[in-house]
Design a protein around this ligand. Structure first.
Ligand SMILES: *Cc1c(COP(=O)(O)O)cnc(C)c1O
Length: 395
């Protein structure tokens, strides 16, 4: 089995492990950062306040802007992604919408990969047309298709791999094309996380995350973050962050910092179990195909240092999908992913949830697609569960 894709000469996992386990002591020698559960920060004098507002001294002013616990999380994500700065948000969608709206305005155009995250697609299809922003969808695996769509665009929206069909994009190639056309590139890196892919080192401008998934890792928090150059993050701060108001709470930032400590331990486990299940599904008589980047020959694989535990597969016609899903016991039925627990979601339920905004029909996703989130349970327990569900679901 091909365990590691090509091309990565740094040990991302080892770098992340030390970065996430080690902190300078916090006030009082605490090893864990305090939760600054406060809405505002006061000043000792008129002059101090005036200097802070004028940018001559640094101090948090109000927690819709900066909060020290949130800033700890932002600093960790920036360091992990190799970015100059990062900004935390109340959800992945808050990070995505604030980032897109900071850079794109009326009359401008976005080029997005097809099969991008469902609610990003719904944002593009529902809100953006009302703001006179057009989104063109491309097959991101085809650089010629991307090149043809780029002239005149403002922003290129990537997600490699996409999180339902697991289609890869060649980040190095596409960011070079985008730069030639003066187009800003963003990527949703929630799947790979910075321990398996560092898009900034391949020329991407802004890296987006749903921190609700692997970064948090325990299915107890909804949060998001964007990382990039100080200039780009400042632009987001000035244009949208403070005014759309989707700030991250200090308690959730603290949960994320706690979850992040074990990211470099969790991801290899998700990867290993995911590859075992994917291989067995691939060999299964009732499976038509497995959508997992390990089976791709696309050059986009070269920037992955490992694989997450989320992938999909298509079952043969003789499998009753509702019976299969209901027969699973360790895999619970639910959206989201990246936590300790295994989950199953049929693509049809996930992609057709909003009437009139059906990416499944538009991009030709098979309704026989089922997505699995491989959790931290024993892989043999998970496989036994899948095997018995296939037995029950045979028509
Ligand atoms: C969940 C998810 C998001 C949105 O994040 P929220 O935290 O739920 O707002 C974005 N991208 C991907 C790939 C996701 O899975």
């Amino acid at each position: 089995m091909n365990e590691h894709p090509t091309g990565i000469d740094r040990d991302y996992l080892a770098e992340a492990a030390t970065l996430l386990a080690h902190d300078e002591p916090f006030p009082g020698g605490a090893v864990v950062p305090p939760i600054y559960q406060t809405s505002l920060f006061t000043f000792a004098s008129y002059a101090e306040m005036a200097d802070t507002f004028a940018g001559k001294r640094r101090q948090p002013i109000y927690s819709r802007g900066d909060n020290p616990t949130v800033m700890e999380f932002e600093a960790k994500v920036a360091a992990l992604e190799g970015a100059q700065a990062a900004r935390g948000f109340s959800s992945g969608m808050a990070a995505i919408s604030a980032t897109v709206l900071a850079f794109v305005g009326a009359g401008e155009r976005i080029v997005a990969v097809r099969n991008c995250y469902g609610d990003a697609y719904r944002l593009f299809e529902r809100l953006l047309p009302r703001l006179n922003v057009r989104v063109d969808y491309v097959d991101g695996s085809d650089p010629d298709a991307v090149a043809a769509a780029l002239p005149g665009a403002k922003l290129l929206y990537l997600e490699s791999p996409t999180s339902m069909m697991f289609e890869l994009q060649d980040l190095t190639h596409l960011t070079r094309l985008a730069k030639e056309h003066g187009v800003i590139t963003t990527i949703d890196n929630s799947w790979a996380t910075p321990v398996f892919q560092k898009p900034i080192s391949h020329g991407v401008d802004l890296v987006l995350h749903s921190a609700s998934k692997y970064l948090g890792g325990h299915s107890d928090t909804v949060a998001g973050v964007v990382a990039g150059s100080s200039t780009h993050i400042r632009h987001i701060n000035e244009q949208t962050y403070s005014y759309l108001g989707g700030k991250l709470s200090p308690f959730e930032a603290w949960l994320l910092l706690r979850g992040l400590r074990t990211l470099p331990l969790r991801l290899p486990h998700h990867m290993k179990s995911g590859l075992v299940i994917a291989e067995r599904l691939k060999a299964h008589a009732h499976v038509e195909r497995v959508n997992h980047p390990v089976y791709s020959n696309h050059p986009g694989k070269a920037t992955l240092a490992g694989y997450a535990g989320l992938f999909s597969f298509e079952v043969a016609d003789d499998i009753d999908i509702p019976v299969f899903v209901d027969a699973l016991t360790y895999f619970r039925i639910g959206v989201s992913w990246g936590g300790h627990e295994s989950l199953v979601v049929p693509a049809k339920a996930s992609l057709e949830q909003t009437p009139g905004v059906n990416s499944m029909a538009r991009f030709g996703v098979s309704p026989r697609t089922i997505r699995l989130n491989i959790g931290l349970e024993s892989v043999e327990d998970l496989w036994a569960d899948i095997a018995q569900a296939f037995e029950k679901a045979r028509k």
